[in-house]
Each structure stands twice: as structure tokens, then as C-alpha cells.
Design a protein around this ligand. Structure first.
Ligand code: G4P
Length: 294
């Protein structure tokens, strides 16, 4: 599958973000726990150089818990503090505040040595679109409501949300852009619904998902769609297309003349996956990305 998508305004946004970074002590980067590699922009390392760093594995409610833990370890081994969250659920955010303090220990210590006491930590939330930045800011900031909407970069005249005596949050999230020189990254972002569906071939995408599930979560499709227990697992797109036909049959996806409506079955499968109805599924395993996540 060939996905081409690159927003041209991103060079400008990157410059603006670099400027804003000067004001920041701590960068809180949200990634999607189902695709922690694909949902990052590798430029963040350069953009956030010298800053305290935190990664929030967001949408961890939709991801495989064992794999969440492996990813948390992988980031921690790079000295990046990690919290697994569901940005919609305030209960899961309780840990964030204490990890912020932990991540900024050196800065707090440096301030203290210079006689600066109680200067709030200034932080910025960054991530690619749809990863949950606005939801997180709204939940984390509580009543001090954050603006929603997806303006790339951060506008001049920064607004700060004062969360408490020790923490201030830039009210506008820093929008990073997805990068997919690697086609698999494009496929993974499409699967989680972070790329406009209109530019995709949904049937093919559904077949990619089927191939992945057959390999990594072998019982999921059989159970969800009541497929034959003894069937051969699909290992190619062609075989996956046959499984998609079976899904269309099992869900009675039919067109007017009684022909199978494969497009509807594909949309249904993708929607089920995105809504977590196939269970908690992670598309990328930390161990496969050791050499790519420096
Ligand atoms: P963004 O600012 O980074 O672009 O993302 P945003 O907060 O708008 O969130 C994108 C979608 O992801 C929203 O759903 C939001 O509810 C959902 N979401 C955010 N965090 C989590 C999480 O931890 N777990 C789950 N399961 N979903 C999360 P939406 O359908 O686009 O909008 P809505 O109808 O929920 O408002």
C-alpha cells in the first residue's frame, strides 16, 4: 500500500516550535500506546534537546497491557520518564504530577543552588494529530480549560495555564507531524485512524489488519466474527481478502443484488479495531524497534 501524505506547512511549524521550546523546562510527549513508534516524530529529540522529557503512553486502555509495560521500559532505558494513561480518565492522570517533579529534579535542584525558589516548571504538550493532546490538556488542567483545535505550531503571545504553584502548561499543544518514509508507519497510522480515511484504500487496509491479527492475536477474528475454528490463518493479502469475505458473510454485509459488500465489511472491521472491540491490541512491539528508537 502506498500512502503519501506530508503537510507542507510543517517547516514553519517546526521553526515556531523551536522558538517556543526556549520557554520550556519539560516536554510532555504524547504517543499512541498502540503504535508508540509510528506515532512519534523522530525530530522531537532534536527539538527537545536539553529539556527534561516525559512520554505519556496515551490510549493505553486500547493497547495490550503487557506490551505497554515493555514500551514503558524501552523509553525509561533512554532516561525518558513514562506514564501510561487514558487521557479521558482523570484517575489515570494522578501519577503524572509526581512524575513531572521527578523528571524535573535536576532543574529544581539547579534553581535551588542559584537561590531561585518555587519557580514553576513550564511544560508543553506535544504530539502528532489525534494522539489525544487536547483531551489530555483538558483533563489535566481541569477547569482551566485548554483551547482545542489543531493549529500547527504555537502562536505568538503564549498563554499559560497555571495548574498549581509548581507547574505551568502552555495552553496550545505543539503539533508534530507524522513521518512515514517507512510505509509500515503509514499503514499503522492509518489503522489507528490518524490519517484521513478518504486517501486510503480501506479494503487493503483491512487486509493488512487481518494479516497482522492472524499473526499476533490469532484467536481474535475467529471469536469476534464466529469464523470457522479450523481455518488456515491468512498470511498474505490475498488470503486476508478471503477472510474479509467471511467477515462480510458473518455480518451479512450485502449489496442490493445480494452480492457481498466487502467495503462495508472492511469499514466495520476497522471501526471495531479502532473502538477497541477486538480487545486491547498493540500493533508495534518494543523489541522490534530497539535499533530504531535510539
Ligand atoms: P489531539 O488533540 O491530539 O488531536 O487529539 P484529541 O484530544 O482531539 O483526541 C483524539 C480522539 O482520541 C478523541 O476521540 C478522543 O476522545 C480520543 N482519546 C483521547 N485520549 C484517549 C484515550 O486515552 N483513550 C481512548 N480510548 N480515546 C482517547 P474522537 O472520537 O475523535 O472525539 P470524541 O468524539 O471522543 O470527542
Amino acid at each position: 500500500m502506498n500512502i503519501q501524505w506530508y503537510p507542507g506547512h510543517m517547516t514553519k511549524a517546526k521553526r515556531a516550535m523551536k522558538e517556543d521550546m526556549k520557554l520550556i523546562d519539560l516536554v510532555i510527549e504524547l504517543v499512541d500506546a498502540r503504535v508508540p513508534f509510528s506515532s512519534r516524530n523522530p525530530d522531537i529529540d532534536e527539538l527537545a534537546a536539553g529539556k527534561a522529557r516525559m512520554v505519556l503512553l496515551n490510549k493505553s486502555d486500547l493497547a495490550d497491557e503487557a506490551k505497554n509495560n515493555r514500551w514503558a521500559e524501552a523509553f525509561e532505558s533512554r532516561n525518558i520518564h513514562v506514564v501510561k494513561i487514558d487521557a479521558r480518565n482523570k484517575g489515570t492522570l494522578k501519577q503524572v504530577q509526581s512524575v513531572v517533579q521527578e523528571a524535573c529534579k535536576e532543574k529544581i535542584e539547579r534553581d535551588r543552588r542559584r537561590g531561585i525558589l518555587n519557580r514553576p516548571i513550564r511544560t508543553m504538550v506535544v504530539g502528532i494529530p489525534n494522539v489525544g493532546k487536547s483531551t489530555f490538556i483538558n483533563s489535566f488542567a481541569g477547569k482551566a480549560c485548554a483551547k482545542t483545535g489543531n493549529k500547527p505550531g504555537v502562536t505568538k503571545g503564549n498563554q499559560w495555564i497555571r495548574l498549581n504553584k509548581t507547574l505551568e502548561l502552555l495552553d496550545t499543544p505543539g503539533i508534530l507531524w507524522p513521518r512515514f518514509e517507512d510505509q509500515q508507519v503509514g499503514v499503522n497510522l492509518a489503522l489507528i485512524g490518524s490519517i484521513n480515511d478518504q486517501i486510503l484504500n480501506k479494503d487493503e487496509l483491512a487486509c493488512e489488519l487481518i494479516c497482522f491479527l492472524e499473526r499476533a492475536y490469532p484467536q481474535v477474528l475467529t471469536e469476534r466474527f464466529g469464523l470457522e475454528e479450523e481455518r488456515e490463518a491468512a498470511t498474505s493479502i490475498r488470503e486476508a481478502a478471503a477472510v474479509l469475505e467471511q467477515i462480510a458473510k458473518s455480518r451479512a454485509c450485502l449489496m442490493k443484488g445480494g452480492e457481498l459488500d466487502i467495503a462495508r465489511a472492511a469499514a466495520l472491521l476497522l471501526d471495531d479495531f479502532r473502538a477497541g472491540k477486538l480487545g486491547r491490541i498493540t500493533l508495534e512491539e518494543a523489541k522490534d524497534y530497539e535499533d530504531k528508537v535510539k
